[in-house]
Design a protein around this ligand. Structure first.
Ligand SMILES: [Ca+2]
Length: 211
C-alpha cells in the first residue's frame, strides 16, 4: 500500500509539472507570465516491486528408487547413505530396491535431505517408514527429522527401540501447508562408546492423514 501511495504521489507531481510546462507558465518576480511552450521528452517507468520467489517443488523420489535423484547425501565417515539390494548387508527395502541407510558404522552422522520441498495443502502429513536396528544403549544415538534445520521428530536408536521390521512414522506439518521447506532425515551415532546403530528409511510420502 505504501508503495502504491508513493507511486501515486510521484505520478501526481510529474503530472503537475507536465501541465505547467505544457501551459508554458513560468514564474517572474511579479507573478506568473506567459512563456514560449517547451516540450520535453519524458519517459516514465513503472516501479517494479520484488519479483516472485522460487517456487517450491513436490517431494521427489520419496521411495529412493531413482537412487540419489533429488536427494543430497551427507556423512561424516564419507559413506553414501542411499543403498540398494546389491549391498549384501542391507536389509530388504520397504518398497522396491532402494532405501536410505543412516548411521551403520561407528562415529557416524549421516543425512539425506531435499531443499525447498512443498508441503501440499491437502496432504500436509509427512509420513515415512523406518527400521531401527541398534546395539547401543538408549540415550546415545538418535534419529531425527528436521524441517528448516529444526527437529520435528526425534527418536532413540537403541536396543530398546529396535523395531524388528518396518514401522511407519508421521509428522504433522499442517502449520507449513503451502510452504517450501528444507527437509532432512538424520542419524546421529557419533558417540564415544563406538557401538553401532542402523536407521533404515524408505517411502517418504506426504499424506492427508498420519495413518
Ligand atoms: Ca524404496
Amino acid at each position: 500500500m505504501k508503495n502504491q501511495q508513493k507511486q501515486k504521489s510521484i505520478r501526481t507531481s510529474l503530472a503537475v509539472v507536465l501541465v505547467l510546462i505544457g501551459l508554458g507558465l513560468t514564474s517572474s518576480g511579479t507573478g506568473w507570465a506567459q512563456a514560449p511552450p517547451i516540450f520535453l521528452p519524458l519517459v516514465m517507468r513503472e516501479a517494479v516491486g520484488p519479483g516472485p520467489g522460487p517456487v517450491p517443488t513436490f517431494l521427489q523420489n520419496g521411495g529412493f528408487e531413482s537412487g540419489p535423484l533429488a536427494w543430497i547425501e551427507a556423512s561424516v565417515q564419507n559413506l553414501l547413505p542411499l543403498t540398494n539390494q546389491t549391498d549384501p548387508v542391507a536389509i530388504p527395502a520397504h518398497s522396491g530396491q532402494w532405501g536410505a541407510w543412516l548411521c551403520g558404522t561407528v562415529n557416524e552422522i549421516s543425512k539425506v535431505s531435499q531443499q525447498f520441498v512443498l508441503v501440499p495443502a491437502g496432504t500436509p502429513f509427512l509420513t515415512f517408514w523406518v527400521w531401527i536396528d541398534s546395539l547401543a544403549p538408549c540415550g546415545l544415538h538418535t534419529g531425527m527429522v528436521l524441517v528448516n534445520g529444526l527437529p520435528v521428530d526425534t527418536f532413540n536408536l537403541c536396543t530398546a527401540t529396535n523395531t524388528g521390521g518396518w514401522v511407519k512414522r508421521a509428522v504433522n506439518l499442517t502449520a507449513l501447508s503451502g510452504s517450501g521447506i528444507n527437509l532432512e532425515f538424520q542419524g546421529n551415532c557419533n558417540t564415544p562408546n563406538e557401538t553401532i546403530s542402523n536407521l533404515f528409511l524408505d517411502d517418504v510420502v506426504f499424506a492427508a492423514a498420519a495413518n
